[in-house]
Design a protein around this ligand. Structure first.
Ligand SMILES: NC(=O)N[C@@H](O)C(=O)O
Ligand code: NI
Length: 169
């Protein structure tokens, strides 16, 4: 079976809107000065989605080893009970692979190249590939759900998908 090759697109709020939120500084943000004018608050760029009353939103740090391109993706996952946000702590770009919530369709996977000043918040149930660091070991601040029950469904990509930065010559 032919391996589907995906070339990364530029990450923008509009393009990512079916999957979640892009966390970035922008003139479009709701923003206001705080701390006696020393700080500009870019307010509520994303919300933490929690399914159950006793769920907690937790903050973790993911330290990811970089992938080698082109990358052979063999699995996608989703978190049906809550959102998951990634904000880079370093200066390397990273890849974001997503597909709409619901029944997984490998033909609907989209691949984005995220800048190091862009974070993403996967909405509850959005299919995504686990953290895909590029160039260097990369750390991410992660905000997601802690609660009862299983919150990670995986689907095998058969055949695997190939993730690239540039279209093959
Ligand atoms: N497993 C885990 O906590 N991380 C993944 O959900 C991921 O999206 O990286
Ligand atoms: Ni995840």
């Amino acid at each position: 079976m032919q391996t589907l090759s995906l070339t990364a697109k530029t990450l923008t709020r509009d393009a990512f809107s079916p999957y979640g939120d892009v966390i970035e500084i922008s003139e479009d943000n709701e923003q206001f000065p705080i701390n006696y004018g020393r700080t500009q608050r870019h307010h509520a760029l994303a919300t933490v989605q929690l399914q159950e009353a006793n769920d907690s939103a937790i903050i973790s740090v993911f330290c990811s080893r970089p992938i080698v391109l082109p990358f052979r993706a063999e699995v996608m996952e989703r978190h049906p009970k809550g959102s998951q946000a990634f904000m880079p702590l370093g200066s390397s770009p990273y890849l974001v692979a997503v597909a709409p919530a619901g029944e997984f369709n490998p033909e609907s996977v989209e691949l984005f190249l995220a800048r190091p000043d862009q974070g993403v918040n996967y909405h509850q149930g959005t299919w995504h590939h686990y953290s895909l660091a590029l160039d260097t070991p990369s750390n991410f601040l992660v905000i997601d759900r802690q609660g009862s029950g299983e919150n990670c469904d995986e689907v095998e990509l058969s055949p695997p998908l190939e993730f690239r930065l540039e279209a093959p010559a």
